[in-house]
Design a protein around this ligand. Structure first.
Ligand code: CP
Length: 293
């Protein structure tokens, strides 16, 4: 399957077969350090903070024999008025692919329109597709299959939920999301929306949540904490889930807010495997879009 030269801005940019191919290759490449990308460079353009995404992309390139270059938007001429288009044109002459974190999805699309190299979404307000790949790989690793799995989401209807629901629906999983009024995901997200967290949790094989105050939402923090208080992923909700259910969270976590510490650090928690899987899926994605497999 040839994904060379492709952008990955949204889950739906890839066919179901292509998404499964990335997951399968991620499993194959776990622990693999063959220098398939020797001489290749990945530009990491981050307008927002990141621990997992930036570091896992950097390590992925290193494990594949290539080199990452972190480009803080604030340290480039972008911050002094050089246009995004001209920056994309110039970077296309230097690096082989770019991973971009910016809140505006329209801005990411502008990068992709101008760049002549693969552009990868490292998180926008609309989607976090690399996170969704890692989430689904984690589910497959821990549960053993994907078809028929029930995912119960509790809390804010974030970009992480949107990408996870889009990927899960393509792979035969059911997503039931419990979000308070005012915190719904976009209406076209393929999931069942409920208001009662117990309804999302009951019989679920996977329980997932996300932080309550995302990047750019600090000004409304107190209101958000009040509105979301009944939507904490805790041991009571976990007790309603199916036997052997796993808890997931893309991190960073705020124990006591969206997830209780006893769930975050429990035997049911797949959260640390989920973080590790960011590395494996991004290795596969980079190898594929750079034509190295
Ligand atoms: N899950 C995630 O995207 O983490 P970072 O914000 O640390 O990259």
């Amino acid at each position: 399957m040839n994904l060379k030269g492709r952008d990955f801005l949204r889950v739906d940019d890839f066919s179901t077969e292509e998404l499964l191919h990335v997951l399968d290759l991620a499993t194959t490449l776990k622990g693999d350090r063959t220098p398939r990308l020797a001489g290749h460079t990945l530009g990491l353009v981050f307008a927002q903070p990141s621990t997992r995404t930036r570091i896992s992309f950097s390590v992925a390139m290193a494990q594949l024999g290539g080199m990452p270059i972190t480009l803080q938007a604030s340290e480039m001429q972008l911050s002094r008025g050089e246009s995004l288009g001209d920056t994309a044109r110039v970077l296309s002459r230097y690096v082989d692919a770019i991973a971009i974190r910016t809140l505006s999805h329209a801005e990411l699309e502008e990068w992709a329109d101008v760049a002549t190299i693969p552009v990868i979404n490292a998180l926008t307000q609309d989607e976090h597709p690399c996170q969704a790949l890692a989430d689904v790989l984690t589910i497959r690793d821990r549960i053993g299959h994907l078809e028929g799995v029930k995912i119960g989401w509790v809390g804010d209807g974030t970009n992480v939920l949107v990408s996870l629901a889009r990927l899960a629906s393509r792979l035969g999983m059911e997503v039931v999301a419990a979000c308070p009024e005012g915190y719904d995901p976009p209406a076209d997200t393929p999931l069942t929306l409920v208001r009662d967290p117990a309804e999302a949790a009951r019989g679920a094989n996977v329980l997932v949540t996300d932080i309550w105050v995302s990047l750019g939402q600090e000004a409304t923090k107190e209101q958000r904490l009040r509105d979301l208080d009944a939507y904490r992923l805790d041991s009571t909700l976990l007790g309603l889930a199916a036997d052997g259910a796993i808890a997931m969270h893309c991190l960073p976590a705020h124990p006591g807010e969206e997830i209780s510490a006893d769930v975050l650090y429990s035997e049911n928690s797949a959260i640390w495997d989920e973080a590790e899987n960011r590395l494996h899926v991004q290795k596969a994605l980079l190898a594929l879009v750079l034509g190295a497999v």
